[in-house]
Design a protein around this ligand. Sequence first.
Ligand code: GDP
Ligand code: MG
Length: 436
Amino acid sequence: NLSYKLDRAFKTLKGTGKITEINVATTAKEIRRALIDADVNYKVAKDVTDKIKEEALGRDVLISVSPGQLLVKITQEELTKIMGGEKKDINIQGDPAVVLISGLQGSGKTTFSGKLATYLKKQGRQTLLIACDIYRPAAIEQLKTLGEQIGVEVYAEPENKNAVEIAQRGIEYAKRNGKKTVIVDTAGRLAVDEQMMKEISELKENLNPTETLFVVDSMTGQDAVNTAKTFDERLDFDGVVLTKLDGDTRGGAAISIRHVVNKPIKFISTGEKMENLDLFYPDRMAQRILGMGDVVSLVEKAQQSFDEDEAKRINAKIRKNQFNFDDFLSQLEQIKKMGNLKDLMGMIPGMGKALKGIDIDDDSFIPIEAIIRSMTPTERENPDIIDGGRRRRIAKGSGRTIQEVNNLMKQFADMRKLMKQMNKMGGAQRALGNLM
Ligand code: GDP
Ligand code: MG
């Protein structure tokens, strides 16, 4: 009904202004908790929220967006920056390009090797998989089965116990057979130990790989960060592959690892199937970690559509008790520019449920608009002059009933009264904020 719609419209008339220390502090606390829940290391989470606070203070708040929502948006931007901003591709220049795969046992190295081969095959690159997990015969079989499944050749020497030798001969084999990339799958142990580190370091020194990747299970949380640090100290790897992101993990390891070793995350693995491989996009991961994708896109939408100057102008008018029908119309326009109204409101946490069964769509404002547009410019500017005779004329012109015009006039008068009270209370902004 009309009263509901007006109420909605009014609620979007929130104060503009700056984000204050108070709302930053409370929201930052929430954000820090979200980060820690998402497995981000405590110290890293603190660093991040400190940065967000710094960034947020003093930023202008748009009329449609609460400071809390804007903070979420700033957080998303900061997290994206921390995780490297842009996505970083794997380097496969070379003839052949040599990709060395490192990581603990069970982290997903062999699975990832198969996925990477599949990914390169789709780009038309001939690839050779080299089996350098020499300790478990089953490991060689696993790679061979995978190779058959995806149609990629596997080089193995089941009797040989020298990983460097196998890899070197594999690379020779690749050259003779026109393979443009080799992927060297290696042995891992359940925990970091000297023998494993020695072997992978020797492979790195002797093969001079184009790309050394560190594969890590994102479900291992804090351990993932420590393992990454140890491997990086020995290998100085080029990039990280985060696996098992298909489970409950929210990806906090991505932030911690990036923050601690400062190496780009290049791929994420999201399942056991060969197709479950994605390039790493920092912005998407930031959204995932925040778990607030909808709020973030709401904020974005609002930022795109809302004209900040217009918002400031209207706010100034509210403060001077000069809010009129032209301003009201402009507000409606702004709301409509944001796109499908129901979708938009549904994005606000809790609103989706509240809106169920309520008839609100892009057409909801048509009668209101029709009535306002039937007013003369003088009437719009000075609503007080609209008497009974004018109301009848406006109803006729807009094709609405007198009752509807009267309702709108009453709602508008109530709205102005409320604004006036708030101004008296000292700062429309604070009062309006409390009202939400
Ligand atoms: P490796 O010891 O490092 O070679 O690890 P494997 O590639 O053999 O993987 C260990 C286990 O994790 C296997 O059961 C894989 O199917 C599984 N795995 C690997 N990557 C993923 C992933 O992204 N998601 C899930 N759910 N399982 C994975
Ligand atoms: Mg393996």
